[in-house]
Design a protein around this ligand. Structure first.
Ligand code: SF4
Ligand code: SF4
Length: 110
């Protein structure tokens, strides 16, 4: 029978493996995403779900959320939110690209 100590060790090993894998994937994604001077983030509104993750990671206050009407009349909420980039404040650091769960943000040339 598995003891709680053994289970805790197995969970810790699994957590480490998952974290290592995620960090490797993030590293690859970051290496493959252009950024830096001369680039700026851009949000594709159709892909944005207003989750606020990008504003949390942006250290430069370069992202704002604005309200839009829901596309479907059958969903009864007052407003939906979308992110938009303040181009002058964006430093091209790419953090928002890595944080966005829906791949709504891309880096474009200035
Ligand atoms: S993280 Fe992506 S989906 Fe979430 S608000 Fe920002 S752009 Fe929209
Ligand atoms: S690229 Fe960096 S500075 Fe620009 S909006 Fe994204 S997180 Fe903010």
């Amino acid at each position: 029978m598995t003891t709680s100590d053994e289970l805790a060790k197995r969970r810790a090993a699994e957590a480490l493996a998952i974290r290592t894998s995620l960090n490797r994937q993030r590293g690859e994604q970051r290496a493959n995403t252009k950024g830096g001077e001369g680039t700026v983030a851009y949000v594709t509104p159709e892909k944005c779900i207003g989750c606020d993750q990008c504003t949390i990671v942006c250290d430069d206050d370069a992202i704002e959320l604005y309200k839009v009407e829901m596309a479907s009349q059958f969903i009864k909420v007052e407003s939906n939110r979308k992110a938009k980039i303040i181009r002058d404040a964006c430093t091209g650091c790419r953090l928002c690209v890595l944080a966005c769960p829906t791949d709504a943000i891309t880096m474009i040339d200035l």
